[in-house]
Design a protein around this ligand. Structure first.
Ligand code: G3P
Length: 219
């Protein structure tokens, strides 16, 4: 399972990259706004910087909601770097745009997916990735991981090539569950990845090892 960072924050992307566990990045308009990135030129520059740090795919989201504008915007984004994947919302014009890009060899990430039906449409449209939002489903008391299970089952049965990218990940448990279900990718904040590190027995064990070492050295 690949680890993508769900952020537009350069420091966090560098930190995850330095850990050697970063396979890609996803962004969205909210995350770009959080970094204070405004204006087409700055947005393009920011994506270019991220795409240079990261070896793997970087999802850049379109703002438009009609087919023609999505195509125009997506082509500009795809031109920034080879590893840019155009992120497109699951709406009717979005399906048309994903089919268009797929025929042109431009990879897409279908975002805002909340049902198995939407995931089937994304795969039919040739999306490279489908992004079910698990945290936001949990927020409305629907188990987001049930949707991931349904999608991985359907894609397996149907032989769809679209990769399941679990998004809106909020915790270590989401990451572990996604791995159990055979998801291809999780995208999450750095804090969720770092929380995988935590176990009190590791801390207790390390303290004891170091104490014993120092004792044996007469310190
Ligand atoms: O990038 C889309 C998704 O991961 C957003 O997550 O936490 O805003 O629901 P969240």
């Amino acid at each position: 399972m690949k680890f993508f960072l769900d952020t537009a924050n350069i420091d966090q992307i560098k930190e995850a990259h330095d850990l050697g566990i970063l396979d890609g990045v996803t962004t969205n308009p909210t995350l770009m706004a959080r970094e204070g990135i405004t204006g087409e030129g700055n947005i393009k520059k920011h994506y270019a910087e991220i795409a240079t740090i990261v070896d793997g795919d970087v999802s850049a989201e379109v703002i438009s909601t009609d087919f023609k504008s999505m195509v125009r915007e997506g082509e500009i984004l795809a031109d920034i770097a080879e590893n840019i994947v155009v992120k497109i919302p699951m709406i009717k014009d979005g399906v048309k745009a994903m089919s268009y890009f797929s025929n042109k060899g431009i990879r897409t990430n279908c975002t805002l997916v909340f049902s198995a039906g939407q995931a089937i449409l994304a795969a039919k449209a040739g999306a490279a990735y489908v992004s079910p939002f698990v945290g936001r489903l949990d927020d409305i008391t629907f188990d987001g991981m049930e949707l991931v299970e349904q999608i991985t089952d359907i894609y397996g049965i149907q032989g769809f090539a679209t990769e399941v990218l679990v998004a809106s990940v909020r915790s270590a448990l989401h990451i572990v569950k996604a791995a159990e279900l055979g998801a291809d990718v999780v995208t999450c904040p750095l804090s969720a990845i770092l929380s995988l590190l935590n176990h009190p027995l590791t801390d207790i064990g390390l303290k004891k090892f170091l104490e014993d070492y120092h004792k044996s050295q007469g310190k």
